[in-house]
Design a protein around this ligand. Structure first.
Ligand SMILES: NC(=O)c1ccc[n+]([C@@H]2O[C@H](COP(=O)([O-])OP(=O)(O)OC[C@H]3O[C@@H](n4cnc5c(N)ncnc54)[C@H](O)[C@@H]3O)[C@@H](O)[C@H]2O)c1
Length: 257
């Protein structure tokens, strides 16, 4: 028996990076996973890789998280493929740069649409499925950037702070409604995925760029996707059955400073 045997997890943004890692780790511990991404081929590739190791464990679909219709279709397909959805991992996201003086309204709205509005919309649409398959777990991937600010990340800071508080509101609603559905947020620091390539480039690229970036982290190294994955695995498992409305920092100590 794996730590999440019998669980049915819907994972957004699973074509690469953290989402793909979560899918692999959950499948390795016995879960069924349904991987979605606006990059449909990438989502299919992650699922195919998992199915080679665990035949029939993974499904996939192209899904833009900003589209209500695509959420409906993807959730229906996932519930059909897995026999329900009890774990929702809202992971898809983009990182964007801009200050109060340089940020454009277009980039601001795009960041909020992908990083925040999609989680409100998708979780609302997923609620009937989660209620049908209790106990359930909603895992929202925020960031340390939702807790500590940068002068040139106004849209991202704001989006990730919103995800933090939205996770708590969902948790309180579920608890007060008597649903056995938990909701928590995960806050990684810089983690080795393609999303941090522009940050490494800012520091000169390559090893030197990475070295400069990690200077801000007391642990002085990047997080690896699995470091975040172990937290997600815990939150998806019944080991976290009493944990709701909480935030989990995978941050090498950066928010303590
Ligand atoms: N890597 C880090 O340093 C780090 C740190 C903190 C938080 N995060 C968060 O973790 C999550 C995953 O990021 P990652 O590091 O794996 O980045 P990534 O860029 O490697 O992966 C993000 C995935 O989301 C998908 N995506 C983007 N827009 C989408 C949309 N509209 N609909 C569906 N899918 C979409 C992309 O195609 C991509 O596959 C994001 O929410 C990110 O903000 C990452």
């Amino acid at each position: 028996m794996g730590r999440v045997s019998g669980k049915k997890a819907f994972i957004t943004g699973g074509a690469q990076g953290l989402g793909a890692c979560f899918a692999r780790m959950l499948a390795d511990e016995g879960a069924k996973v349904f991987i979605t991404d606006v990059n449909g081929d990438g989502a299919e590739a992650t699922a195919a890789e998992i199915n080679e190791k665990h035949p029939g464990a993974a499904g996939a679909a192209r899904h833009d998280v900003t589209s209500r219709d695509e959420w409906k279709t993807a959730l229906e397909a996932a519930a059909g493929a897995m026999g329900g959805v009890d774990t929702l991992i809202n992971n898809a996201g983009i990182g964007t740069f801009g200050s109060i003086e340089t940020e454009t309204e277009e980039n601001w709205r795009r960041t909020q649409a992908i990083d925040v509005d999609s989680i409100f919309m998708g979780t609302q649409l997923a609620m009937p499925y989660l209620k049908d398959s209790q106990p359930g777990s909603i895992i929202n991937i925020s960031s340390v950037a939702g807790m500590i600010a940068d002068g040139n990340m106004i849209a991202y800071n704001t989006a990730k702070a919103a995800v933090w508080m939205m996770s708590k509101s969902i948790a309180l609603h579920c608890a007060r409604s008597g649903y056995d559905i938990r909701s928590n947020s995960v806050h990684p620091v810089f983690t080795r995925t393609p999303i941090i390539d522009p940050l490494i480039a800012l520091g000169g690229g390559g090893d030197e760029g990475e070295k400069r970036l990690v200077q801000q982290i007391p642990w002085k190294r990047l997080a690896e996707p699995e470091d975040v994955g172990y937290c997600v695995l815990y939150l998806a498992s019944d080991e976290s059955r009493y944990i709701t409305a909480s935030e989990f920092k995978i941050d090498g100590g950066i928010t303590a400073q």
